[in-house]
Design a protein around this ligand. Sequence first.
Ligand SMILES: [Zn+2]
Length: 351
Amino acid sequence: MRERSIGKLWRDARLDVSESSRKGIILMYHRVNDVGSDPWSLCVTPQHFAEHLVVLQKNVYPLRLQQLNKWMQTRGAPYQSVVITFDDGYVDNLHYAKPLLERYEIPATIFLATGYIRDKREFWWDKLERLLLQPGTLPETLRLSVNGIVHEWELGEVTHYSEDAYQRHRHWRAWEEAPSPRHSLYFSLWKLMHPLLESDRKILLDELLEWADIEPVSRASHRVVSSLEVLDLAQGDLIDIGSHTVTHASLAKLPADLQRDEIRHSKSYLEEILNRPVTSFAYPYGSKQDYTAETISIVRDVGFACACSTNAGIVGRQSDYFQLPRMHVQDWDGDEFSRQLSKWLDSGVVM
Ligand SMILES: [Zn+2]
């Protein structure tokens, strides 16, 4: 990072800030794009992402994830240090995020779920979104058997979902009250599928595609990077690649041997493409229900130097490097992002 991008705050503060008050924030992004409906708030528009980078460049000290770890282990992070991470590996990370990161010379780590790179599929939650939250007509009733239990849903008045209704509801978030039976069905299916093994989930998705009479094609706007594009992402000096398992599994739901396979194979696959060690990891879904103490010891064992969760919090000297907290960045404009950042830096809880 060049001196001019460090910002006045940092230059003034590093002289008089005690070690104990030195904290870092790890920001969690997923996509830099505008795709219409986005139930998990994964997208930040390119315009807003550029505004975030301007705020970071002017006011804080952008670091690499590995630098933050190193600093914390030795003397504490520089005052107001911020790390950018991206999860999942959507292709817009290459098309929109990387050029902007380069323009502002700010580094980032991108965590990739390697099974999706190989198969060029959409993530399962995006397939669900395409099935249920896009305009069109679906059968009135859905009956599905999951783990021996039969579930049934009625779509009622939203059997046909109009373009108007889509436009009205496209800003719905999955944690908000569902505005129609399609939205409640989306969330019910998400909850049912989240803990499943990839193979069981695929069977259900195939059943759903057949029910909806929709072609199993991947949308260009929702695909992840190819193996060649992983190399493009990593080219240059700003982007580090990390692992995010093979199938984007909620690891806590898997037996230890399958967890180990998910963690080890994603690491070795990326190392083979990149021809360099991959040392950072992010737990898919990332909450405390998605990994266990056993998962952490496997991640350590397999040779990672750190792992990010999705638990909200600030990084301090006492933080566990294998459960690093992160703050989820939403599609805020520069002013709102700046307010959020100050709030986190002033009062965020160190985890
Ligand atoms: Zn993820």
